[in-house]
Design a binder for this molecule. Structure first.
Ligand code: GLC
Length: 474
């Protein structure tokens, strides 16, 4: 097993296009992130992870990379990146980048200049029944050469062939260059997709329910051949080799039992079973029980740029209890930008930008009441910035000066978290409650919003509704 380099770190996910615009073009950028680092230090987080910052035609909003070594012009320059690195170092914040190793943009020069680096099939029809994650076949015909190419996501994202040493070498070089430039670690995107069945057999129809909320067409199959193939260990060993000691967290959307091969090489895998669980005590207790049985290696996450915002999913009035659960668990925790404000999904724009329906979770952060677009940009925002009541709890500025705000709850929980130690063990406090102990401290929440029946002891923290508490047992 790899050492667990994240410890109990709190990592704040920045979706760069939507965090803070600094030049009035309506798109958040690196200069904006630098200007807002004080928000992160106020919260007390340890690190930030930036969703991809590289040049991209934005078929998948940055996750279709056309140049791993560049910086997207609308996000900034290398000088901006260097300044951000310096700003993070000065504040003791670690900076994680998003490594997207499984596919490039179809506009990446490799696709034409090095087609051998991708996964092809010759014949009248695709070689198997694999489906793309957002629906439709995972094989498309290249209009230029008439051959079939594999894409686990959109057709604009052809999959790289990680069985080829030149692909491995190229990606290792990318990792080394960004390490040299100041990246402290990486989140590894779509990690399971870097290895598939070399025989490319059909995925069988699904017979057991999946713990994840897949697109129905994709979820109709058991993904036993189209991902998580035998080559995964070698591929991750190569990533680790290039990354050295840098902390690595894998986006591997797999049942917990299947994460062992990943945790041989990376420090943590996101706890997606818990993220996908219904917001009820039985479902959360089940998912948490399974997660805690793993002992370590999970990175806790309830929100990100791919799913509806936490406040929309659980209901804004229940988001406080969700924060209590998330921020008291042992091991690394990831907080998605805006979740600390209780921000709900923004309205869908008249013309959706993301074809998989994720725009609502990606609208700009409301920083300042009374400012144009709530201070996100002085220009026209690339996605409309939501209005209240989407942020009924107030802007970041308002929440930071209100000790009872959702943001203040986050700051208090992050501070309290520093005093917790040891593994979490489940505690039975009744069927409506999710509860666990860490040492002599008990954490309990009621997902239905009702008040927790607190055990005897010193109350360390309580949500306004009483549906989340932290108690030091007498
Ligand atoms: C990951 C990203 C998601 C993206 C996909 C393809 O799941 O989080 O946003 O669409 O990979 O890169």
């Amino acid at each position: 097993m790899a050492p667990r380099r994240f410890g109990d770190a709190v990592v704040y996910q920045v979706y760069p296009r939507s965090f803070q615009d600094s030049d009035g073009d309506g798109v958040g950028d690196l200069g904006g992130i630098l200007a807002r680092l004080d928000h992160l230090t106020w919260l007390g987080v340890d690190a930030l992870w930036l969703s991809p910052i590289h040049p991209s035609p934005n078929a998948d909003w940055g996750y279709d990379i056309a140049d791993y070594d560049g910086i997207a012009a609308d996000l900034g320059t290398f000088e901006d990146f260097d300044r951000l690195v310096e700003g993070c170092r000065a504040r003791g914040l670690r900076l994680l980048l998003d490594l997207v190793p499984s596919h490039t943009s179809i506009a990446h020069p490799w696709f034409r200049e090095h087609p051998e680096r991708y996964c092809w099939h010759d014949g009248p029809a695709p070689p198997n029944n694999w489906r793309a994650t957002f629906g439709g076949p995972a094989w498309s015909r290249d209009p230029v050469n008439g051959r079939w190419y594999l894409h686990s996501y959109y057709p604009e994202q052809p999959d790289l062939d990680w069985s080829r040493p030149d692909v491995v070498d190229a990606m290792q070089a990318v990792i080394r260059r960004w390490r040299e430039r100041g990246a402290d670690g990486f989140r590894i995107d779509a990690c399971t997709r870097i290895a598939k069945d070399p025989e490319r057999r059909d995925d069988p129809p699904r017979t057991t329910p999946s713990p994840f909320n897949w697109h129905p067409e994709y979820g109709a199959l058991e993904h036993v051949h189209s991902k998580d193939g035998p080559g995964i260990g070698a591929a991750l060993a190569a990533v680790r080799d290039a990354a050295g000691d840098a902390p690595l967290v894998a986006e591997a959307t797999l049942p917990n039992e299947q994460l062992g091969r990943y945790l041989e090489h990376v420090d943590a895998c996101f706890a997606f079973e818990l993220q996908a669980a219904a917001w009820t005590a039985p479902a959360l207790n089940h998912a948490l029980g399974r997660a805690l049985a793993l002992e370590d290696g999970l990175a806790w996450v309830l929100g990100n740029h791919d799913v509806p915002r936490l406040a929309s999913r659980v209901g804004p009035e229940r988001a406080a209890a969700a924060a209590v659960l998330l921020l008291t668990l042992p091991g690394p925790v990831f907080v998605y930008q805006g979740d600390e404000l209780g921000l709900a999904d923004g309205p869908a724009p008249a013309q959706p930008l993301d074809r998989a329906g994720r725009d609502g979770a990606r609208t700009g952060i409301p920083w300042q009441a009374g400012a144009a677009h709530a201070g996100f940009t002085t220009g026209e925002p690339w996605l409309p910035v939501a209005e209240p009541p989407t942020w009924a709890g107030g802007t970041a500025a308002e929440q930071r000066s209100d000790a009872t705000s959702h943001a203040a709850l986050h700051r208090d929980l992050i501070a309290l978290r520093r005093e917790l130690s040891g593994p979490a063990t489940a505690v039975g406090l009744g069927p409506d409650t999710v509860a666990f102990a860490r040492g002599d401290t008990v954490v309990a929440i009621r997902p239905d919003g009702g008040p927790v029946a607190a055990p005897e002891g010193e109350l360390l923290l309580r949500t306004a509704r009483g549906d989340g508490i932290v108690v030091r047992r007498a």
